[in-house]
Design a binder for this molecule. Structure first.
Ligand code: NAP
Length: 545
């Protein structure tokens, strides 16, 4: 580690600790390290956890697994890796995914440039010297020309804002901070708070072993069947031989998934055709029902209403108690306007004698107690409380770090005023900082977006080095143009008119109560076209010097 440098001239590359500091060793950070190494750069990845994997390192809750087909979610960049790795389930479980990422890390010898147990506390840009100084919680610091955040969009967990959380005498976990050692859930009295994608996966698994399970639901989500299955060896060989087509398909679809919107409108077909199509989607694997539905389902309220009614009837047919069924049917938003949790016998969980559903809109939680939980009409005793209460999404993991750019400006303050970026990759006033999956970058099937982001950032840094540039900052005009484009692309989507983490809402976080466009919601094609144009034009939208 270099001593703090005090001169006011541009620091020479050779005096830097590293060319690039990357924060995070998840899917983004690992690939970013791999690509920058190809350029011969000196890179250090700082990771808070004790191992690689990011999301798949932290989220070890029972039942955690992919909602996208495993073979569409892995890295596509290495033929060798694709040849060597076998997926065992269409939607792999967290242990298999973590093993995969560990395998990748080992295969490409990535760990030698990753420093674990190293949570970044702050990072400050010095414009005279054109360096970032990144400091860890233990006080160690590193100077680098570039800073790349690979911190993920859902990595800062949030707990409910209720009294007494600390007073609970049993064990309690947030789903994304599940302990590494096995937790004995057998015959225990268990509470799950929250019914998003994490809650749904947890509930359907935990109910099988719990003595009794009480689910505390504020708002239900529209869930649809996952239809997981194992992948026998011969099928894996077929998949392997189709990788080229699989990744091409992901490249061609609007969200990077294997599924894409049907070219027909809901009202362009007969009622029978419509019902048959929806039935087919409901019986099919994965996100087809969300991402592969009629083209107007996520835009036209009338089309969405019909689809919602179809799924509501499915829920009614699967849950024995009609009152419980009605509670599990969302009434405040339409199907697909929030992230659709994919499930396996989730609704049937509520037919079990050991499972009870508490509707928090009727009886809100008053407090967590030493023995359990108190709502407005009852006291509950629990051995274990599981918080499936979500994340301070998209900006939360940035906010956790004290990021200071030009003239003492804090990123958190800048984004509180206006959440604006350039392509989700850069922020004005924060030169030489790049983001993988920053706000207003392409989401969807995230590894596909990550690979694209990482390659764009790597090419940009390569271009800068080849042209002896040491500073890059998105121009104010470029940021404004991108903000306008994001707004225009998001205008028609019903999902942007609904409260969710995708619209920046989190009732457990101060100030996150106003709906914003927290993500880019146009197509992958238009996102990549814009990014490619910027690169091809010699990065005119970046001030390079
Ligand atoms: P989430 O979707 O934000 O869900 C959080 C849940 O907790 C919601 O049901 C919310 O209720 C509830 N909640 C929050 N605060 C509460 C409070 N104070 N009192 C009572 N209930 C409260 O979070 P998540 O389930 O962790 O999922 C987040 C995202 O992670 C997903 O949308 C998905 O993108 C990703 N994910 C992916 C996978 C996968 O790929 N397999 C699995 C899990 C998660 P309200 O709805 O009323 O706010």
């Amino acid at each position: 580690m270099t001593q703090l440098i005090t001169e006011t001239q541009i620091i020479d590359d050779k005096d830097l600790d590293y060319d690039v500091i990357v924060i995070g060793a998840g899917i983004s950070g690992l690939y970013q390290l791999y690509k920058l190494r190809e350029l011969g750069l000196r890179v250090k990845v700082l990771e808070a956890g004790t191992g690689v994997g990011g999301t798949w390192y932290w989220n070890r809750y029972p039942g955690a697994r992919f909602d996208s087909e495993s073979y569409s979610y892995g890295y596509s960049f290495s033929d060798e890796l694709l040849k060597e790795w076998d997926w065992h389930e269409h939607f792999a479980s967290q242990p298999e995914i973590l093993k995969y990422l560990q395998y990748v890390s080992e295969k490409f010898d990535l760990e030698k440039d990753i420093q674990f147990s190293s949570r970044v506390k702050s990072t400050i840009f010095n414009d005279d010297q054109r360096i970032w100084t990144t400091t860890l919680e233990n006080g160690d610091f590193f100077i680098s020309r570039f800073l790349i955040s690979a911190v993920g969009i859902l990595s800062e967990p949030t707990l409910p804002k209720v009294d007494g959380i600390e007073s609970f005498k049993g064990r309690s976990f947030h789903t994304s901070r599940w302990p590494h050692e096995p937790i004995d859930l057998n015959d225990k009295k268990i509470a799950v708070i929250g019914t998003g994608a994490s809650g749904v996966q947890t509930i359907q698994e935990v109910c099988k072993v719990a003595g009794n399970l009480t689910v505390f639901q504020r708002r239900p989500n529209w869930c649809a069947p996952l239809h997981n299955g194992t992948i026998p060896k011969d099928e894996m060989e077929e998949i392997r031989s189709s990788y080229k087509n699989i990744f091409q398909r992901c490249w061609d679809t609007v969200g990077g998934f294997l599924h894409t919107m049907d070219s027909r409108g809901t009202f362009e077909v007969s009622e029978k055709e419509r019902e048959d199509f929806w039935e087919h989607l409901y019986q099919s694997r994965g996100f087809g029902i969300w991402q592969g539905n009629f083209k107007d389902m996520l835009i036209d309220p009338e089309a969405n209403k019909l689809m919602s009614e179809f799924v509501a009837n499915k829920i009614r047919s699967r849950v024995s108690n009609p009152k419980t069924a009605e509670k599990l049917i969302p009434k405040d938003h339409g199907f697909g306007t929030r992230r659709v949790p994919l499930e396996t016998h989730y609704f049937e969980s509520y037919n079990r004698d050991n499972v009870e559903l508490i509707d928090l809109t009727e009886t809100p939680i008053l407090s967590i107690t030493a023995d359990g939980l108190k709502t407005t009409d009852r006291e509950f005793e629990f051995d274990i409380i599981i918080y499936a209460t979500g994340f301070n999404a998209i900006t939360g993991s940035f906010d956790k770090i004290d990021i200071e750019g030009m003239n003492g400006l804090k990123l958190k303050n800048q984004w509180e005023k206006d959440l604006e970026t350039f392509l989700g990759l850069q922020v004005s006033n924060f030169p030489n900082m790049f983001m993988v999956l920053g706000p207003h970058a392409l989401l969807g099937n995230n590894p596909r977006s990550i690979e694209y982001n990482v390659e764009w950032i790597t090419e940009t840094i390569n271009y800068m080095r080849n042209n002896s540039y040491t500073r890059a900052e998105a121009t104010a005009e470029a940021v404004q143009t991108w903000a306008d484009y994001v707004a225009e692309q998001g205008e028609h989507l019903l999902s942007n008119k609904v409260d969710s983490w995708m619209t920046g809402i989190n009732t457990n976080v101060e100030g996150k109560n106003k709906r914003i466009l927290a993500r880019y919601s146009g197509t992958a094609q238009s996102y990549r076209k814009r990014c490619d144009e910027v690169a091809q034009s010699g990065y005119k939208e970046l001030n390079l010097s």
